[in-house]
Design a protein around this ligand. Structure first.
Ligand SMILES: [Fe+2]
Length: 389
C-alpha cells in the first residue's frame, strides 16, 4: 500500500447502487485488513464472490522445524535444495518462527488454481526469472531482483514466463513500508531510500466474464481448504484503495552512503511483526580516506540476522554461493573474516546484492536446511578468507 490507486469502472460514491449495462448490480466487495481499521480496497465484481459450490480439505504438508541448538552462526547452501512446481507447491521452508516462515522455491510451472493466504502478507524476492502475478486487482509483471508484496487475503496466482527462483517470506501480519520513511500525511519523505514512483501496482484488464468451476486454495493460520467457486475470481470491473499487491525492484533502492560505515537500518526496505527487512545493493563505499569499508565485528543481541546472497562479489568469499543463506545469531560474534579488513582498504564500491531479514524471535531450521548446511561455517573466522556481514 504505497499510495491510493483507482482503476477501471467505479461508482461516484462507495456503497451505492452501481449497475452494469444489462441493469444488474455490480457486486461490491470490501477487501479489508486488521478488521476494518487498516488499509482496504473496494472491488466491483460482475458477480458475487461468495458463490461456493464445494469445499474440501486441502492437506498441506506441515513443515517441521528444529531449534538452532547448539546456538550457531550457520551457512545454508539453500540453492542446493530440490524444488520445483508452482509458486505455492515449490516452496521448501528453510527457517521459521511464529512471526515468519522463510522458504526457497524454484518455480517451474504456473498455478492451475488460485491462492488466498489469509494468515498474513507475503513478500517474494525474485532472485532469477520473470513472469506475472495475476490477482483479483489485475496483473503485476515481475522481474529479476523484484520484491513483490502480496497482502493478506488477496486471491492470486503466479505465472512464470521463465523459471523463477525466489525467496518467500510468509509473515503472520502486515509487511509495510516503515513509518520512519513517511511524513504525517503518508507521503514518502525526501530522506526515504525510495519514492512512490518506484512502486508498481497491478494493471487491471477487462473483467473475466466466466462462470463454471474455479478452484481457490485458502489457508489461514494452520487451517486450509479448497473452495470451488461458481464465478471467476478475476471478474472485477474496477477497484480503488490502498490494499493491493505491489512490486519494487532492489535496483531502485537508493542507498544512503556515508563518510564512515553506516549501520544496517539505513538499508531497511520493509517491516513486519517481529521482523525488519533490509537490502544491500550495489553502492559506493564510505569515502573517508581512512575508512574501513567492511563492517565491524558485532553481535546482534536482539535478533537473528538472515542474509540471502543474490548476486555480486560475495561469490569470491569462501563457501558462499549465489542463493546461499547465512544466519547470524544473537550472542555469537560475526564480522570480517581474517585478512578481509586489510584487503578491503581503498576499495571504492561493492556490487553485492543481498536481501536481509532480522527476526526478533528465535528462528528454527527445517530438516531441509540442515541437509544443505556448511557445517564448518561457524569456524570460518578462525582461519578463512571472506567477509560475512
Ligand atoms: Fe551483522
Amino acid at each position: 500500500m504505497p499510495f491510493y490507486v483507482s482503476q477501471g469502472a467505479l461508482p461516484p460514491k462507495r456503497h451505492i447502487q452501481f449497475r452494469k449495462a444489462d441493469g444488474e448490480l455490480y457486486a461490491e466487495e470490501l477487501l479489508s485488513t486488521k478488521g476494518f481499521e487498516s488499509v482496504y480496497s473496494l472491488l466491483y465484481h460482475l458477480r458475487p464472490p461468495t458463490a461456493t459450490l464445494e469445499v474440501r480439505p486441502w492437506e498441506r504438508p506441515l513443515a517441521r522445524f528444529l531449534p538452532n541448538d547448539p546456538l550457531l552462526n550457520r551457512h545454508l547452501r539453500a540453492q542446493r535444495i530440490e524444488s520445483k512446481g508452482n509458486a505455492v507447491e515449490a516452496r521448501v521452508p528453510v527457517l521459521g518462527n511464529d512471526d515468519i516462515v522463510i522458504s526457497v522455491a524454484e518455480v517451474t510451472a504456473p498455478m492451475e488454481w488460485f491462492y488466498r493466504n489469509a494468515s498474513g502478507d507475503e513478500l517474494l524476492f525474485i532472485h532469477e526469472g520473470e513472469g506475472v502475478v495475476e490477482s483479483v486487482l489485475g496483473e503485476l509483471a515481475y522481474r529479476r531482483h523484484d520484491f513483490v508484496v502480496i497482502p493478506c487475503g488477496i486471491t492470486w496466482r503466479l505465472r512464470p514466463t521463465t523459471p523463477t527462483r525466489m525467496l518467500v517470506h510468509e509473515s503472520s501480519g502486515a509487511i509495510t513500508i516503515p513509518k520512519k520513511y513517511r511524513n504525517a500525511y503518508g507521503q514518502l519523505l525526501e530522506l526515504a531510500p525510495y519514492y512512490e514512483r518506484d512502486f508498481r501496482a497491478p494493471v487491471l484488464g477487462a473483467p473475466v466474464d466466466a462462470t463454471g468451476t474455479f478452484e481457490v486454495r485458502v489457508t489461514s493460520r494452520g487451517r486450509s481448504a479448497i473452495y470451488t467457486l461458481q464465478n471467476h475470481p478475476f471478474d472485477v470491473a474496477g477497484w480503488d484503495g490502498y490494499c493491493y499487491p505491489y512490486a519494487f525492484n532492489a535496483h531502485d533502492f537508493a542507498p544512503l552512503v556515508g563518510q564512515l560505515h553506516l549501520p544496517p537500518p539505513v538499508h531497511q526496505t520493509f517491516e513486519a511483526p517481529g521482523a525488519a527487512f533490509c537490502v544491500f545493493v550495489p553502492r559506493p563505499f564510505d569515502f573517508h580516506p581512512q575508512a574501513i569499508p567492511v563492517p565491524y565485528f558485532h553481535s546482534n543481541v536482539d535478533c537473528d540476522e538472515v542474509l540471502y546472497y543474490a548476486s555480486g562479489n560475495f561469490m569470491s568469499r569462501r563457501g558462499i554461493e549465489g542463493g546461499s543463506i547465512t544466519i547470524h545469531v544473537p550472542g555469537a560474534w560475526h564480522g570480517p573474516q581474517p585478512g578481509t579488513i586489510e584487503a578491503a582498504l581503498g576499495t571504492k564500491e561493492t556490487n553485492e546484492l543481498a536481501p536481509m531479514v532480522d527476526t526478533f524471535r528465535p528462528l528454527r531450521l527445517s530438516e531441509a536446511a540442515f541437509t544443505v548446511e556448511d557445517r564448518a561455517y561457524y569456524a570460518s573466522w578462525a582461519s578463512g578468507v571472506g567477509a560475512p556481514r
